[in-house]
Design a protein around this ligand. Sequence first.
Ligand code: ZN
Ligand code: ZN
Length: 411
Amino acid sequence: MKSHDQLLDAYAELTVKSGLNVRTGQQVLISAPLEAVDLVRRITLHAYRAGATLVTTLYGDEATTLMRFKEGSDASFDAAPTWLFNGMAEAFRDGNCARLAIIGDDPSLLSAIDTDIVSRSNRARSKAYKPVIELITGFVTNWCVISCATPQLAKSVFPKDAPDVALAKLWAAIFKCTRADLPDPVKAWEEHTANLHARTAKLNAKRYASLKYKGPGTDFTLGLVDDHVWAGGASTARNGILCNPNIPSEEVFTMPHRERADGIVRSTKPLSYQGAMIEGIEVRFEKGRIVEGRATKGEDVFKKMIATDDGAARLGEVALVPHSSPISASGIVFNETLYDENAASHIAVGQAYSQNMKDVEKLTADEKLARGMNTSLIHVDWMIGSGELDIDGITRDGTAEPLMRKGEWVD
Ligand code: ZN
Ligand code: ZN
C-alpha cells in the first residue's frame, strides 16, 4: 500500500504528465491556495523534470480575501487586478505557458458577507479576467484544473469528523476519484480517455437535433447547435499539446443552442458558487432563456448569478455523466464543481466552449451568436442528473432514441 507521500507524488506526476502534458521549453503558471503548498512543490518538481523552463505559482489566501470584504472601502468592490490578468493572457496567447489551477477553497467562505458586494466584486473580477477565460475556453494553450484537500474544504465535506480525520478522508477520496491510487495512474487515464473518445465519436455520428430530459421535477427539451461537437476526456489544444483539462473528468459534453431550451429543470446536487451554497434550484426555460427561477437555499445568489449579463440566463454547455461514475459512487458531495459536476449529468449557464462548435475560429462574434453559441462573463455548471433521469436523443427527423435510462447509458 502506498504512503500518503507516495500518493501525493503520484498525483503530482499525473497532473504534470496527463493533466497538463508539459512540453520541454514551456513555462507553467499555477494558482493555488496557500494550504496546497506541499502538492505545489511536488508538481513543480515534476514540471521541471518534464522540461519546464519556469514554474510560477500565485498563492491565494482566504484570510486576506475575507479582510477585503470586512475592511475594504466601497471602491474596493469594483476593483480587479486587470494588470495581472492582462499579463496572464500575454503568457497564454502564444501557447508557450501551460496553466494549472488548483482549487480547495472553503465553499462557504463568503456566506456571511453581503451578497451585493460579493457579486459586485465577482463582476469586476470576471470582467477583468475575460481576456484570460477567452484564451482558456478557446484552448489556445494546454491547461488543467485539479483539486487539493485543504482543511477548510475537508471541514465542509466531512463536518462531523475531527480536522485530521476529515482531511485524510478527503485526500483518500481525491486519490480514488483521480485514479492516482492505481498502480499506473498515467496509463489508467489513457484507457479512460479512449473510452470517453469512443462515446463522443458515437454521439458525433448521431448529429442529434435535441435532447429530451425526464425525471423528478424535470421535463425539459434542449436544442443543440447544428454544428455541435461532442467532446470529453483529453483534448488537443491549439498549441498541439494533448491535455486533460479536468482531473478527474467523467463527462462528455457539447454546445446547446442559446435560443432552444424549453421546459422545467430541477437541480439534484448543491452548487457552490463563489463562496455561497445554492441548493434546490428549479427553473423554467422559454426559448433558451430562464424566465422563472428559484432555489431552496441561496436563491438571492442564484438570481444575481443569472442576472450577470444576457448570456448568464442561457445555456453554454450540456454534459452527460453516468450515475455510476466513480465520483457518484463515492456518495460524497464535494461542495466543489470540479468533482460534483463529474458525479452527474449537468448543464451550465453562461459562456460556451469553442471546441464544441465546428470551425468556430473562422466565425465572427456575430456569426457565432447567430449559430446559437452563448457568450457570458460566467460559466456555472449545475447538476441535474440522478439515478431517476431518462434522456432521449431526438434525431433531425424527430425520432426519439433512448440515450440514458435511470441515469445510465443505454448502450
Ligand atoms: Zn461540464
Ligand atoms: Zn462546465
